[in-house]
Ligand binder design. Structure first.
Ligand SMILES: [Zn+2]
Ligand SMILES: [Zn+2]
Length: 325
């Protein structure tokens, strides 16, 4: 978020001896002459309006850094002062620098409330919940991995092999102009919102929050606004040549001789991804089990009636299967 400076305003401070409100830049009370103590804060004059300072010298003073208090007499001095304007002491060491950088509220308005903290009860409840969840996960994983051996007989099976056919065709796509591949033909573009930037950019709209005032420690407040820049970029429709799936050939059967589907391809076609899936059915002591694999060699051993050994997990799923030896 970029901080944009709108200008500088006079602040005030209230004398804790006589209650007089003094202009921020004035360092001793205009009524009783008491110096402003380090713990007396600056406040805003008016909560809603900003009467910006035009005096360049005052603005330079606000930019030169927070004032400091003489370690001997307590008088406020400018940041660059070497000796105290009141007592003439050397104040290059030991001076108390005023706090600065804080956000000022108008006099009398409340500070924003602290965000609510998680109560202790809720925290304990969350930790307990997490522990229970971890415990259940451990049980779940151990049930998945813990298996029993089951002797079974193959009762049947089936296979399916599929083959994708791709064609080199003109396709229409949409993307940001900077990401469009070379050689593509751009049809049309329009500006669309893409991201937020902290710094001004071309084709960006500025979105700013409410102005607020920062204590510079000099009796002058810096009025700023937090801004972001919504950046718009060209989003385009373009055409390009690409390999795209136009068909999927499928062969399937219930025998032990799987084969790949065949096709004659034209010059602008080629095969894409191929997939194979084999399912073997078993029966064991009245129970039935199903095992699915992509291992063609294993499937071709699944002669109906042959004896196999299965590893069955605690949820009844077959984790692995192999012919019995
Ligand atoms: Zn006073
Ligand atoms: Zn002094």
């Amino acid at each position: 978020m970029a901080q944009k400076i709108l200008g500088y305003i006079q602040l005030v401070w209230t004398c804790d001896h006589c209650g007089t409100q003094n202009p921020g830049a004035i360092k001793s009370c205009t009524s009783c002459g008491a110096p402003q103590p380090p713990d007396v804060q600056f406040t805003k004059v008016d909560p809603d309006t900003f009467d910006f300072i035009k005096d360049e010298a005052l603005i330079r003073m606000a930019q030169s850094g927070p004032d400091k208090h003489c370690p001997y007499c307590g008088t406020r001095n400018l940041a660059e002062a070497q000796t105290c304007v009141q007592c003439g002491s050397d104040i290059t060491v030991g001076a108390k620098v005023r706090e600065s950088g804080g956000i000022l509220e108008a006099q009398g308005t409340a500070q924003p409330a602290e965000p609510p903290k998680l109560s202790r009860g809720v925290l304990i409840f969350l930790i307990l919940g997490l522990a229970v969840l971890c415990f259940l996960m451990v049980i779940f994983i151990s049930n998945l991995t813990r298996t029993d051996q089951v002797s079974a007989v193959v009762s049947g099976g089936n296979w399916q092999r599929s083959l994708q056919i791709l064609a080199y065709q003109q396709v229409s796509e949409r993307d940001w102009e900077s990401s469009i591949p070379a050689g593509a033909e751009i049809q049309s573009c329009s500006l669309e919102y893409r991201y937020n930037s902290d710094t001004p950019r071309a084709n960006a709209t500025e979105v700013c929050g409410e102005p607020y005032t920062i204590d510079t420690g000099t009796g002058i407040g810096q009025v700023v606004q937090d801004c972001v820049y919504r950046v718009y970029e060209n989003y385009c429709t373009y055409t390009t040549l690409a390999w795209i799936p136009i068909d999927t050939l499928v062969a399937s059967g219930q025998d032990l001789n799987p084969y790949w589907p065949s096709a004659s391809l034209s010059e602008t076609q080629r095969f894409g991804t191929q997939e194979e899936r084999y399912t073997i059915y078993f029966s064991a002591n009245g129970d039935t089990y199903t095992y699915t694999t992509s291992d063609a060699d294993l499937y071709m051993l699944a002669e109906p009636g042959s004896a196999w050994t299965l590893e069955v997990n605690q949820y009844g799923s077959v984790a692995s299967a192999a012919p019995a030896r």
